[in-house]
Design a binder for this molecule. Structure first.
Ligand SMILES: NC(=O)C1=CN([C@@H]2O[C@H](COP(=O)(O)OP(=O)(O)OC[C@H]3O[C@@H](n4cnc5c(N)ncnc54)[C@H](O)[C@@H]3O)[C@@H](O)[C@H]2O)[C@@H](O)CC1
Ligand SMILES: [K+]
Length: 506
């Protein structure tokens, strides 16, 4: 049977609001909203359940002590009113946010709703489980009885829907602080939240649907963060004019390739060629490097830095930690050319104040592409501290080094020196393999050579690389065993497809 591709790419970018920004919207809108926001949130949950669960199936709503639980009570009440079977599992000891949530509970009970003290009391297995235990108010790891309810829920085959945020997931950082729900669908309110898209978020949230609850987001400060979508790149993803020559698309110089590590530099060079750089030269530290790439003889390979004609520098793939490597960094960092700095280039930078100063003083801020370990070295901290708040870590790196930063990992973060940031939604676990970072460096260099503005190149290179890996997985290539070199050809296909699509839209 032919393999049917299910590749889709996120089309629209959207704001990601951090906790304080969501709370600021709530503070303005809750007193004004009629009908109340909780009523609207509960109605949205009921609609989502109805869209996914056939009539007759039992809907089990797990309700916590705060307003997230309040949303759950409204949803359960509305489902009953629509003739659906719904019960709530919840226990209340007088604590919790009170007010609106308590009123929602009372309204549910007054409408004939049944509250059970735990899942053992259920008579039939549920067709759907709605997780309304904790939302953005999660303040500590989840304990009993809620932890056992989550464990029970995860063992069920039912459709699983999370209200606002999967309980146990930090909406701001994507960190699971203990037991955590895992949803098929998360219906999130007012605006999207970064924690749903980075670190553990993508594993826990399933598909994320944003419901603004009827609030016009333009009335509010939408913050500095965005979730990337293809629309953000439309202006630059254009088909080429016919009247062009190779000089129109720039000359990338890849610097790295120490003995036994030349593959990294070749990967970066191949990626740059395949995505449209006019010319690519590889300057390798390995004196015995092949004088040309048998795979791509178009690459110019040598041990010297060309005197002139280079437009963009990609420094780091396979560079190593030798003294000559350090000397190359010291020579190239002050260059006025756009620069991508990766891998060994970053590790050396982390321990060398002089190099750091020349990076900060560049006329055009560089793009740095650390993985969490490299980011930790650059910040003088532990990996766990970076992962505890990936956005803050990327912002701090961007500020401290006056550079655009791609903090790699699940939900890569792109941060700029001015504090703006984005999360990349593309990519998959197949990318956790050797050489992927080298390909990303090459893609970034290629975009810079073709004139993309630096912040946009950082975003699009990251988006494109992840989408290339996603396309391959949709075709049955990976995620297990996906090789970095395979993403190069897929990236080439995508840039051509996307550019051509934009021509048709003109
Ligand atoms: N404020 C509003 O009017 C709106 C709130 N909404 C919902 O309300 C949620 C936020 O409500 P809350 O601020 O009440 O927060 P939550 O309902 O997320 O949880 C807060 C409550 O849980 C307790 N708590 C926190 N962590 C705990 C833990 N690990 N174990 C036991 N108890 C814990 C807190 O003391 C507090 O009582 C949102 O996620 C959203 O679902 C929506 O209805 C939209 C409007
Ligand atoms: K929840």
């Amino acid at each position: 049977m032919p393999f049917v591709s299910s590749f889709t790419v996120p089309l629209s970018s959207r704001p990601l609001l951090r906790l304080q920004e969501i709370r600021a919207i709530e503070a303005v809108e809750v007193p004004l909203a009629d009908p109340p926001l909780m009523e609207r949130a509960g109605a949205a949950i009921a609609r989502a359940v109805i869209a996914h669960v056939p009539p007759g199936g039992l809907v089990c709503v797990l309700c916590g002590p705060g307003n997230n639980g309040g949303d759950g009570f409204v949803a359960a009440r509305r489902l009953l009113a629509l003739g659906r079977r719904a019960v709530v599992i919840g226990r209340f000891d007088g604590g919790g946010s009170g007010g609106e949530a308590a009123a929602a509970r009372e309204a549910f009970v007054a409408s004939g709703g049944v509250m059970l003290a735990g899942p053992d009391a259920l008579e039939t297995p549920p067709a759907a489980i709605v997780d309304a235990l904790f939302g953005i108010g999660l303040a500590r790891p989840i304990g009993e009885p809620h932890a056992s309810w989550i464990e029970w829920g995860l063992a069920q085959t039912a459709f699983k829907l999370a209200v606002d945020v999967p309980s146990g997931l930090d909406a701001d950082t994507g960190r699971c602080t203990g037991p955590c729900f895992t949803a098929d669908l998360t219906s999130t309110f007012l605006a999207d939240k970064p924690g749903l898209h980075t670190l553990d978020g993508p594993d826990r949230a399933g598909k994320v649907v944003v419901d603004s609850l009827g609030i016009d987001p333009r009335r509010h400060d939408l913050g500095l963060g965005r979730l990337l979508g293809l629309d953000a790149f439309a202006d630059h993803l254009q088909p080429r004019r016919k009247n062009t020559h190779k000089g129109s698309f720039g000359h990338v110089l890849v610097v790295g390739g120490a003995p036994r590590m030349s593959g990294a530099a070749f990967l970066a060079g191949h990626a740059a060629l395949a995505t449209g750089a006019g010319k690519v030269t590889l300057c390798a530290l390995d004196p015995n490097i092949l004088s040309f790439s048998p795979v791509h003889p178009e690459l110019m390979v040598g041990n010297a830095i060309p005197e002139r004609g280079v437009d963009v520098l990609v420094v780091g793939p396979g560079l190593g930690a030798s003294d000559p490597a350090r000397a190359l960094l010291a020579r190239l960092l002050p260059s006025p050319l756009p620069l991508v700095l990766d891998a060994d280039g970053l590790n050396r930078l982390a321990v060398d104040a002089e190099l750091q100063e020349s990076l900060r003083s560049r006329p055009i801020p560089a793009i740095l592409t650390p993985h969490p370990m490299e980011a930790a070295r650059l910040l003088g901290t532990e990996v766990a501290a970076v992962q505890n708040d990936r956005i803050a870590a990327a912002q701090e790196l961007a500020r401290r080094y006056r550079a655009h930063v791609v903090l790699k990992g699940c939900g890569s973060i792109v941060a700029d020196p001015d504090g703006t940031w984005a999360i990349n939604p593309t990519g998959n676990p197949g990318m956790a393999s050797a050489g992927m970072g080298d390909v990303l460096s090459g893609l970034l260099g290629s975009l810079l050579a073709q004139g993309w503005p630096v912040p946009l190149a950082a975003r699009f290179g990251t988006f494109l690389h992840g989408a290339a890996a996603d396309r391959l997985v949709a075709e049955g290539i990976g995620p297990i065993g996906l090789r970095a070199s395979e993403t190069v050809a897929a990236a080439r296909q995508l840039v051509n497809e996307w550019s051509e699509r934009n021509r048709k839209a003109l």
